[in-house]
Design a binder for this molecule. Structure first.
Ligand code: SF4
Ligand code: SF4
Length: 264
């Protein structure tokens, strides 16, 4: 039996990734389960999902505490979530990262695969939805399911142009995945944040160009987390509570807000 844990954020498709992987395994003749664990169910919030692949009598109904593989859809999650918790020494971490495995800081010496799934998703889908790209990396790195099976699962999930783009994301990630050993450190620095802070939910950070801002307050009105103040008729973001959803940038009538990727 193989057990897999997915870590992502609301909006990145971790639950869909787990379902696609379970479907791919089923298409190969295995029994499989996809178990989503919903939390706050908000865009940007950490999300966990589980997949179990094996034979019928191995399909227990429980969460997975000692996974064989951990799949991480967001490059910054490792700074806020203990992604290697319970991961078997013989297992593997498959992580969305723009750096090669030997530059990924971990507190455990575990075989690590990296792929820049965000870059692939932006190139192919035009949005940072990393679920299908990370599955391409999972296939390449682990060999636990075949590439063809994941592509078939994607084609069952979507049709037309959407299916084509997601298949392309899977294939690109498959080709660009690297496997190696991480940079092992004593402790991962996980900075403490104010209570209810959403700073570590962000993959992208809104940056206001005060020169362009005309003070219309539209961003202030639409921000779902009330994390924008108007100061001297200009928009000012409170980064302790901004979750990086990008709604303010989408709505700004003069493109005064740019979403920039947070540094890994
Ligand atoms: S929506 Fe744009 S122009 Fe209007 S206040 Fe916000 S940043 Fe300024
Ligand atoms: S400031 Fe912008 S990116 Fe941040 S939570 Fe509000 S709308 Fe979303």
């Amino acid at each position: 039996m193989i057990e897999i844990r997915f870590h992502g954020r609301g909006g990145q498709g971790a639950v869909t990734a787990s379902r696609l992987l379970a479907t791919a395994a089923f298409l190969e003749g295995h029994h499989s389960q996809s178990i989503p664990m919903y939390g706050t169910e908000r865009r940007g919030a950490p999300v966990t999902a589980f997949v179990r692949i094996g034979e019928k009598d191995q399909m227990v109904r429980s969460l997975i505490h000692e996974p064989d593989y951990v799949v991480v859809l967001d490059p910054l999650l490792r700074k806020s979530v203990n992604i290697t918790e319970g991961l078997k020494d013989t297992g593997m971490l498959v992580v969305n990262s723009s750096v090669p495995p030997m530059e990924v800081e971990l507190d455990k010496d575990i075989l690590t695969a990296t792929v820049d799934a965000t870059a692939i998703a932006l190139e192919v889908l035009g949005r940072p939805i990393t679920n299908t790209a990370i599955l391409g990396a999972f296939c390449k790195a682990t060999g636990a399911v075949k590439l063809e099976s994941v592509i078939e699962a994607v084609n069952q999930q979507w049709s037309g142009r959407l299916a084509e783009m997601n298949v392309k994301a899977v294939e690109e990630a498959y080709d660009r995945t690297e496997v190696g050993r991480p940079k092992v450190v004593d402790k991962i620095d996980r900075p403490s944040a104010p209570t209810n802070s959403k700073a570590d939910w962000r993959t992208f950070k809104p940056m206001v160009d005060a020169e362009k801002c005309i003070g219309c307050k539209l961003c202030w009105m639409v921000c779902p987390d009330g994390s924008i103040d108007m100061v001297e008729n200009k928009s000012v973001i409170n980064y302790d509570y901004c979750k990086g959803c990008g709604i303010c940038a989408e709505e700004c009538p003069v493109d005064a807000i740019e979403m920039r990727m947070e540094a890994e």
